[in-house]
Design a protein around this ligand. Structure first.
Ligand SMILES: [Mg+2]
Length: 204
């Protein structure tokens, strides 16, 4: 296999894998509650759903930089019987329309309804999709043809970081002032402008 060295930055790379890499896209993978909207615990209706301030310009900028956008969310509220899958889908449809009116296209939304202590019998189980497991991250990488190493996950819980790291996501950004314990490989960001600074910018 041919190996070569890029003159301008000294990174080495494999020619073949770089060709494949050129076809793959950067992804910005987002937790929902605490990142897209304020986390009020089991948000199941439009009335409870309040967009985080500055999330629209943040997502629009990421999109302009070539990131594909995906929302990956644990929704144990369905297993617990607080709201139904149909309620979640209706809320998601409305959320996507609001984002769309602000010029933001979400490429993929994945939700895990299951929980081992759920009330709904068919959803009372462990799931590989449920963060901290990496199922939704791996699935989004495959469905959107992402390069995980050049992709970013932003979440507000340790389980988000664990899911992203297990799936080989290159930049794991934690936006939660209340979590102070040291976390290896995690970049802490106070807000969306810090998140943007921490994200690889292909145009910089
Ligand atoms: Mg969250």
């Amino acid at each position: 296999m041919t190996r070569f060295r890029r003159g301008f930055n000294g990174h080495t790379g494999d020619l073949n894998s770089n060709r494949v890499g050129a076809m793959k896209r950067r992804g910005l993978l987002l937790d929902r509650d605490g990142v897209i909207n304020v986390d009020r615990g089991y948000v199941g209706t439009r009335e409870q759903f309040h967009f985080m301030s500055d999330v629209f310009p943040f997502l629009a900028t990421a999109q302009d930089r070539g990131y594909r956008l995906a929302i990956l969310t644990n929704q144990a509220g369905v297993a617990r019987g607080y709201y139904t899958a149909q309620d979640f889908e209706a809320l998601t449809e409305w959320m996507r329309q609001e984002l769309s009116r602000n010029g933001i296209a979400i490429d993929l939304v994945l939700a895990c309804y299951e929980h081992p202590e759920g009330k709904v019998p068919s959803l009372r189980r462990e799931s590989f999709w449920r963060k901290p497991n990496p199922g939704m991250v791996l699935d989004s990488v495959q469905r959107l043809n992402l390069d995980p190493a050049r992709s970013v996950f932003i979440g507000d819980q340790i389980r988000d970081m664990q899911a992203a790291q297990s799936a080989g996501i290159g930049a794991c950004l934690l936006m939660n002032d209340h979590i102070t314990e040291p976390l290896e490989g995690v970049t802490r960001v106070a807000d969306f402008s810090e998140a943007l600074c921490a994200m690889p910018n292909p145009f910089a």
